[in-house]
Design a protein. Sequence first.
Length: 96
Amino acid sequence: MNATTADARSAPFTAQPAPGQLRRSGDDKILAGVAGGLARYLGADVTLVRVVIAALVLFTGAGAALYLAAWLLIPADGDDESIAAAWLARRQDRSR
C-alpha cells in the first residue's frame, strides 16, 4: 500500500448523491448550493448556471422566487429530505 492509497482510504467520506439525483451541493456553494447542485445534475459548468440564475433575477424577477423554491424543495447532499419536507413533518408531529 502506497501513501496515495492510504490517504484515499483515510480521507473523510463526503456524502455524494447517487447519479441522477438532484441535490443541493455542499461542496460548491456560495449561498445555498442550488447552482452547484443544478450544475452537477445537468453536467454543466457551475458558473454558467449562476449566470443564468442571476439573469433570471435581474431581468424577470422570477429568478429569486425560483431560487428560494429550489432551496426549500431540493434536499442538500447527505440529507434524506428537503427543508420544506422536514418542516412539514415537524408540524404534523406537533399536531398529533
